[in-house]
Ligand binder design. Structure first.
Ligand SMILES: [Zn+2]
Length: 304
């Protein structure tokens, strides 16, 4: 019999910190360097930690504002909505999940397709939204990307897709898998039209998105330390019964293995995309100055 005995359990210290950022509040703890960052500083550096360069996840709208000149863009096909073709139910009916997500995110599905200028170049940009059912690709995401590509072909514009997705949308079954083929076919048409496509892979890009358009860019650019893969590391480890190497499925590892072309810091991403597009032949539209036109018109007509 011990003399001193702890009757009560000690207060457990919460060592398991959540990696997600807290949107409210003035200070945010960086999961990369565990330092506190002033929210305003974080906003100014495009949600990249000024101390260690950790890339926080950002929304599709924030992404588009960071890419387009003056943060201005025109959204296309915003009202496409999934009709729950399989009447799917998991922990709750898909239709209910959709309605809940639509009201919480203000988006109708997990992607925004927009046009605007990027460093003076006219472009079509599609950005995926992770907070909309894990950025999953269903019928609407596939359709919006395909329409975005058609718009790019019609207007002779380059295409940029910013991927951020958990893969195909389970609740739409085979229909969501068909989007992989559909988008790839549309990209093939873009390629035949001689227009460039830059794929920007952000954390995370997995599943059917990696297995289709994310890896089909004329240039595949990733953000640092982004998780990019098809199946998750745990599933692979269980299947092949081997311990996976350090940094497996992260951008740096994939770049080393030749799966990616470039890793670019988010703060440099816009200029990197603009530079690549110019290299591929995109040109800034030069408007014909009005006075010159007037001068030509004012010239006396040649005498016969
Ligand atoms: Zn940090």
């Amino acid at each position: 019999m011990a003399w001193f005995k702890k009757a009560r359990k000690p207060i457990a210290s919460s060592t398991a910190e959540k990696p997600s950022r807290v949107p409210e509040g003035l200070w945010i703890k960086c999961p990369g360097c565990t330092q506190l960052i002033y929210k305003k500083d974080l906003d100014e550096s495009l949600n990249v930690c000024p101390k260690c360069g950790h890339h926080f996840r950002i929304s599709a709208a924030e992404r588009l504002r960071a890419i387009f000149d003056d943060g201005r863009y025109t959204e296309h096909f915003p009202n496409l909505i999934s009709l729950d073709p399989l009447q799917f139910t998991d922990t709750k009916p898909y239709r209910q999940r959709l309605q809940h997500t639509i009201s919480s995110t203000g988006l109708k599905d997990a992607i925004i397709v927009a046009t605007g200028t990027l460093d003076g170049l006219d472009v079509v940009v599609a950005a995926m939204e992770y907070s909309f059912i894990g950025g999953s690709m269903g019928v609407v995401v596939g359709e919006k990307i395909a329409r975005g590509i058609e718009r790019a072909i019609a207007g002779r514009l380059p295409l940029v897709i910013v991927c951020c997705s958990g893969g195909a949308r389970m609740m739409e079954g085979a229909l969501s898998l068909m989007q992989m083929a559909k988008v790839c076919a549309a990209l093939a048409r873009l390629d035949r039209a001689g227009l460039p496509f830059i794929s920007v892979l952000t954390d995370p890009t997995t599943g059917g998105v990696t297995a289709s358009f994310a890896m089909l860019g004329d240039l595949n650019v990733a953000e640092p330390k982004a998780l990019i893969g098809f199946a998750g590391p745990r599933v692979i480890e269980q299947t092949i019964r081997q311990t996976l190497p350090e940094g497996f499925q992260r951008s740096e590892f994939l770049l080393e293995k030749g799966m990616l072309d470039l890793i670019v810091d988010r703060r440099e991403m816009k200029s990197a995309i603009a530079g690549a597009l110019r290299f591929m032949g995109a040109k800034t539209e030069v408007l014909v100055a009005a006075p010159d036109v007037a001068a030509v018109a004012a010239e006396p007509a040649p005498q016969a």
